[in-house]
Design a protein around this ligand. Structure first.
Ligand code: HEM
Length: 469
């Protein structure tokens, strides 16, 4: 009996010891895994917003990465954020675990673009809209637009060559807008293009302003312009439906769409996605084109080489007379590498935003639910481990492909840019005509960077164009 009691107490004692050990171990593991990334949260509420906006944001991010490593925390615009500066971490958020992180934009911006635009969404609705957008901007669809893109490029270049100093960025925006309209609507009556342009200009002026609905403010004017855009789009949609013009452009795809229950898209969903695409397509392409001019202007030898490449295309069989073709654009190897290097060096989309939808543990750090998560594309593109001498403009580095997941000018994963082929194509077309028929000189200083909010050379790069005889 005594032996039985002793064994009983021994078992109790040993199992308590084991439980205590396991409890301590679990507590230690939880403690280890649930620590927040290093970094500083700055002042209450505003966090480090002032530091980020009062200095070059790139210096802000780079100095943080140097101090804390590839994963660090901060607080921007009142939101706690985790910044990710390694290709693996960016891939984790954007590609392998995108369901843990949702796209996130301020409500005020969502209201201007339209809440049904695909980039605000996740899941089924996003996948459906994305398929339509991808089909409309696929290489096959884009190549059918070459001749019309050429017409736009030729006419825009012509308008610059009257000896006036132009703001390159503003002019490139006009080019990108017209190509955007072409790819969304196909041929569109001039009156509609002008009405869309006029109202879109008011809309974008309010986009980065303080979002107050007080009449007279830029934000309020933008909201009013957004309503007018809805009316113009409704008229175009009505006309296309009546004339049964359901082509393969984006509007045609949106009008033809039916889900598995036979439901079609509402006019509001169509309008939001059209404005969303215009928004995604214009300033991005325009600022990359502006940087290309700046980098070529800074490197006369490279400019001669790329002019020679483009002239050779003109002189090739049926060169200029028959117009550009898809296969001719595939011969523009150096021009293409210049575009790739500009996308890397200028990294006009320095980072993107997501929000953790649950508590996430990554590399031993806790990313709490509700925190913003920012993959830092620019830091990755400027890391010497992946791009030798990253500060140099060297298009020849793209003779070899970059290491996987280190080059993301168009993002990565389920929200990666569906317009990337169209963007590259329109840049190639414009550059072809510009490099074979025009000379330009930069007027005044262009060494500082201005944020619009994308980075562009100061004053939008003022330049004077001349037609070469
Ligand atoms: C050089 C020009 C461009 C650059 C650098 C660029 C870059 C990007 C990036 C980085 C994203 C992903 C953002 C994120 O993950 O949060 C994106 C998304 C998007 N881009 Fe572009 N883009 C360009 C031109 C265009 C053009 C020309 C179009 C349309 C014709 C377009 C349409 C879109 C759309 C609709 C999305 C949202 C996709 C989604 O959420 O599924 N972009 N772009």
């Amino acid at each position: 009996m005594k032996l039985f009691t002793t064994i009983f107490y021994l078992i109790i004692f040993l199992s308590s010891l084991l439980s205590y050990y396991l409890f301590k171990k679990e507590k230690k593991r939880h403690k280890q895994t649930s620590k927040l990334p290093p970094g500083s949260m700055g002042w209450p509420c505003i966090g480090e917003t002032l530091q980020m906006y009062s200095q070059d944001p790139n210096i802000f991010f780079a100095s943080k990465q140097k101090r804390y490593g590839d994963i660090f925390k901060t607080r921007i615009l009142g939101y706690p954020c985790v910044m990710l500066a390694s290709p693996e971490a960016a891939r984790y958020v954007l590609v392998t675990q995108p369901h843990l992180f949702k796209p996130t934009y301020p409500k005020s911006k969502e209201n201007l673009i339209g809440p049904s635009a695909l980039f605000f969404h996740q899941g089924n609705y996003h996948a459906r809209m994305r398929k339509l957008v991808q089909t409309s901007f696929s290489p096959e669809a884009s190549r059918r637009l070459i001749t019309d893109i050429e017409k736009i490029a030729v006419s825009r270049l012509e308008s610059w060559s009257n000896g006036q100093v132009i703001n390159t960025f503003v002019e490139m925006k006009k080019f990108a807008f017209e190509v955007g309209i072409l790819s969304i609507f196909g041929q569109l009556e001039n009156k509609y293009t002008e009405e869309l342009k006029e109202n879109y200009c008011v809309l974008e002026k309010g986009y980065n302003c303080f979002p107050t609905k007080l009449p007279g403010t830029a934000y309020h004017k933008a909201l009013m312009a957004r309503r007018r855009l809805n009316r113009i789009l409704a008229e175009i949609i009505q006309e296309r439906k009546e004339k049964k013009l359901l082509e393969s452009n984006l509007l045609g795809q949106l009008l033809k769409f039916k889900d598995e229950k036979g439901n079609m898209l509402s006019e509001e969903q169509i309008a939001d996605n059209i404005i969303g695409v215009l928004f995604a397509a214009q300033d991005t392409t325009a600022s990359v084109l502006t940087w290309i001019l700046k980098y070529l202007n800074d490197d006369p030898k490279l400019l001669d080489l790329v002019k020679a490449e483009q002239k050779a295309i003109c002189e090739s069989e049926n060169g200029e007379k028959s117009g550009l073709t898809w296969s001719k654009t595939r011969q523009m190897r150096l021009t293409h590498r210049i575009i790739l290097e500009t996308l890397r060096k200028a990294s006009i989309i320095s980072f993107t935003f997501r929000e953790a939808t649950v508590d996430v543990e990554y590399e031993g750090y806790l990313i709490p639910k509700g925190w913003k998560v920012m993959p830092l594309f620019r830091n990755i593109h400027h890391n010497p481990e992946f791009f030798n001498e990253p500060g140099n403009f060297d298009p020849f580095r793209f003779e070899n492909p970059p290491k996987p997941n280190t080059y993301m000018p168009f993002g990565n994963g389920i929200h990666a840019c569906p317009g990337n082929e169209l963007a590259k194509l329109e840049m190639l077309v414009l550059l072809h005509h510009m490099l074979t028929k025009y000379r330009w000189e930069v007027v005044g200083s262009a060494n500082l960077v201005q944020y619009s909010p994308f980075p562009i050379p100061e004053h939008g790069l003022r330049a004077r164009f001349k037609k070469e005889i």
